[in-house]
Design a protein around this ligand. Sequence first.
Ligand code: ATP
Ligand code: MG
Length: 384
Amino acid sequence: MTPRITDDWLTRPETRAVTRALTDGGNRALFVGGCVRNALMGHPVSDVDVATDARPERVVELAAAAGLKAVPTGIDHGTITVVSGHLPYEVTTFRRDVETFGRHATVVFGDSLEDDAARRDFTMNALYADPEGTVIDPLSGLPDVIARRVRFVGDPAARIAEDYLRILRFFRFHAHYGNAQDGLDAEGLSACAEAAEGIDGLSRERIGAEMRKLLSARDPAPSVAAMASAGVLSRVLPGADAKALAPLVHLESLYELGPDWRCRLAVLGGSEPADRLRLSRQDAKLVETIGAAARDGAGAAELAYRHGKEAATLALLARSALTGTAPPEGWHAEVARGARAEFPVRAADLMPELNGPALGKRLSEIEARWIASGFTLDRAALLR
Ligand code: ATP
Ligand code: MG
């Protein structure tokens, strides 16, 4: 029996207004990709993608006629964002692949749902639903959704050669939606291993975006371990080691701390993650701080004093994962104490006797003494 999706996102008036704008114009409107997959799997749906046989100019026309705002966000790819009651809907014209040179595919607009499905990456991402929620499954993706199996559409090697990002997407989708017991699809995995070199030609922005999503999964450890054995991880992050990731995930759940991709990245190590994954300055700093603090010997309170509560907590978890030891007794209280501590000595206390580098050096010595005292020495004692 064909399943039917009855989720709120599908029945809400904003959504209906978008599909009706298209169907009233005599065109098709089909939900596709993540929203259908997640609805079928019982995962939350964050964004709704719509596929249509209407060409982009026609989508703009039909949206305007229905009083909806249309923004040409990806006109080259045929994507118009239709805003309905402040909610964005990505409406994309059916596409099909045409072989041009070598194995690279160029995309042109198409009229058929089957062609549109065939150019998508995984069978679980190639499911559609009509405006009433009836699922359309042109490539038999449903059994894969039910088995939670990430499987390439068509020949894995050929599909990867068209876009090497699909290697990373394979591991990412397995981490989020795969069946942990069954592991990764063997045929897909060996094709990824075979083609790993192709990663080198991808932009760092695309690699970074995929890796952030992968590392945000509840448990990315099995996927990342598979990436390592397939020779993919070392292409993305040379020198990275996946060993401590599973222990970290375990500690996160033990201490009920939500997943933080930056902590996971810090535990992987490897050279220049910030540059290779094009991290924002803020994320780069946190990854660097966690990585360094996890690998030095500073106590919980000192870490919290120096880097704040969040970074200290993550660094202590990372350290436990890397060393295979439990976090220190009473570490939560120690972190809280360190985060509250205020150094009682000011530069002005040492001036004008000292200035310049000598002043900085003296101040650090006093601070180290104060930290070593467990933040107990007061200003007078420190200045004596
Ligand atoms: P989520 O947004 O939850 O990460 P999603 O399935 O919506 O999941 P997107 O990256 O938003 O993933 O892509 C939307 C759809 O477009 C996918 O489901 C897939 O069908 C198709 N797609 C995206 N990127 C590729 C790609 N590199 N190769 C082939 N198909 C792709
Ligand atoms: Mg999406």
